[in-house]
Structure formats: C-alpha cells, structure tokens
Write a protein that binds this ligand. Structure first.
Ligand SMILES: [Zn+2]
Length: 345
C-alpha cells in the first residue's frame, strides 16, 4: 500500500522536518518496549508521524483498570483479554495501514533483548520497572543504539534521550537500581492519565527529532539533559547531566544486566501452586516499611522475618533478602508481575 502524499502535508510544512525529515521518518525502524500507559501513547504518536516500521513489545494483556491512562485500548480489548502488543498493532494499523508493525508478546529479558533490538534505529522506553531499564541501557550502550527513557508515578515523571558515546547514560544518572522498598510502584502510588500523555508525547518528540536530524549531524544537538516533570503543579525543568568518567556501563563497558547477573529468577514451586521470585537487591528489604505500604492495599501479616500480603486470591510472602513466594499461580510471568506490582523492582 502506498502513502497518500497529502497525509503529512502539515508536518512537512514544519521546516525542521521538511520533505527530507519525513523521508527519514518513513525509513526508520523503532522499537517500543512496553505498551502500557507510556508505550501505547508513544506508539500512536510515532505511527501518526509516519514512522515506517515499529516493533511493539509487551508481555501483558489489556485489563479494565488500564483504560483511564492507556489511550490506545478499548473496553473490548479488556473484555477479551487481548494482548497489548496485538491490540496495539490492530488499532495502529487502523490509523495508518501503511506502517509496518511487528507485535511481539514477550517478557524482555537478557536472553532476548539483543534480538528484540536487532536492526532498530532508536528505542523507546515504555516499561514500568527499573530492572528492565538497566537491561535496556546495557543493551543499547553495548549495541550503540540511542534510547529515550521515560518514567511516571502519579503526575510526576522524567524523560531523557540517551545516545551511547555522546551523552550520559542511565547509569551515569543512577549508578545502581534504587532499593525496592524506597520506590512506590505504579500500582500502589497511582498514575494520572493526562500526565502520561505529556511525558509519552515528550518521549515521542525526542525520538522524532533524533530521527529527522540524522540527516544533519551539525543540527543534532548532543546534550545530556534530564527533563523532570511535576505536572500536577505545572512544573517542567531541564537538568544538565554529565557523562560519568567512571560509569560502569558507558565508560567501563561492563554490562551485568545484559549478562543476566541481575535478572529476576522465577521458579515454579511444583505442586504448591506457587512461584518463587528471587531479585538480587542492594542490602536488605526494610520489612516494616514494606508492611506499612502494603497495609493500605490488602491484608498484611508481619513477622520479624517475613511479610505476608493477601489481596483477592493471591498471597505473596516476602523475605528480607528480597525473595518472595507468590501463591495462587504457577505462571512465572504472572508471579513476576505481582512481585513488581507490590514490591517494585
Ligand atoms: Zn554512563
């Protein structure tokens, strides 16, 4: 199918894009990793801009409580438990059938990330946990692929374009993953839909500009800049960063996340209808703080050695070393999702 020349008329009229820039977009291949609130909105913006090929990666299915902020999906998707990758591809091809879409239903791990990023010009972060972001950073720095980080909690968030060899990387910003109990996660803190739209569009805009300016090396401004959003208060700030001379990733070229040294290890506990999750953490979990946070969300039993948390038909037992057993499932992906939802990671 051929693209109508009229479609991008007004975008081409915007001189930083122009005819050449539009061609750069049409020739681009972009990976969107995670198709939740940020990722689904990013994917839609990129398709509407005329990006030629999108690889759409997500492990989850659409649920009713996604709809307030995951703008691409419908009630029908939630009722039919459609996978996000396939539901996104269906809606996006209805917007522009010329775009080449490659939906992939997968958990992003150190085992598959290289093949997920093969042949991609730029990567968009639509994920919601730190474990995967450090993995994306390792993979992108190792493979020399730029990526646009974005994150949101409540109505606050951050975004940053990372260009390996030119800008600071994610580990220059934050050398190690934050301790899990210090992080609220999206499910316990909440997320506001319109704020998602701002940060996702910001990420999509950084990617579009990068793709368009590939045609002109001089025009490409290579700044290490973290943008921080407090959207409830209407505050947006740019923070200039520096490439760290002793960054383990971009300076010393160590890629422990890509080598699987920090990966979540999920083991099905045979006959117990349970999965054990082992996440290496820095130090030990503060069980008291964790119990306090979870008490607002369900039933909590706290002992000096563990916190047991029950919500509906799932029970999760968490130990101070970060290990947890999720009862009520034998599906590692589901157990991992429950762990990340309530503990973070
Ligand atoms: Zn770095």
């Amino acid at each position: 199918m051929k693209q109508s020349p009229d479609r991008f008329r007004r975008q081409i009229a915007f001189s930083p894009v122009g005819v050449d820039g539009q061609r750069m977009l049409e020739n681009a291949t972009v990976a969107v990793l995670g198709l939740g609130a940020l990722g689904s909105t990013i994917a839609e913006r990129l398709v509407r801009c005329g990006v030629g090929k999108l690889r759409l990666v997500d492990r989850d299915w659409v649920e009713l409580d996604n709809l307030p902020r995951q703008a691409l999906y419908t009630l029908h998707d939630a009722e039919y438990h459609a996978t996000k990758a396939n539901a996104a591809a269906a809606h996006l091809s209805a917007i522009d059938p010329v775009t080449k879409l490659e939906p992939i239903v997968a958990d992003i791990t150190h085992r598959n990330i290289r093949s997920l990023l093969e042949g991609v010009d730029i990567v968009l972060d639509g994920t919601d946990n730190f474990e995967v972001r450090y993995l994306i950073n390792d993979a992108c720095v190792a493979m020399g692929i730029p990526w646009v980080h974005g994150g949101i909690l409540g109505a606050s968030g951050q975004a940053m374009l990372i260009e390996p060899e030119h800008t600071a990387c994610f580990r220059c910003l934050l050398s190690d993953p934050p301790s899990t109990e210090s992080m609220g996660t999206c499910d316990s803190v909440g997320v506001l839909g319109p704020a998602v739209g701002v940060i996702a569009s910001w990420q999509a805009l950084r990617a579009v500009r990068w793709l368009v300016e590939r045609k002109d090396d001089v025009a490409a401004k290579r700044e290490s800049m973290l943008t921080v959003f407090d959207l409830w208060m209407g505050d947006v700030r740019n923070i200039r960063l520096h490439k760290s001379a002793n960054c383990p990733c971009c300076s010393e070229k160590q890629f422990p996340f890509l080598e699987g040294k920090h990966s979540t290890d999920a083991q099905v506990m045979c006959g117990k209808n349970a999965v054990q999750i082992q996440v290496p953490i820095d130090g030990r979990l503060n069980l008291g703080e964790l119990a306090e946070r979870l008490r607002r969300e369900g039933e909590v039993v706290e002992t000096p050695f563990l916190v047991r948390f029950t919500q509906e038909d799932k029970t999760m037992t968490v130990f101070a070393d970060g290990r947890a057993v999720v009862h009520g499932t034998e599906n590692p992906a589901e157990a991992r999702k429950i762990y990340q939802r309530w503990i973070g990671g």
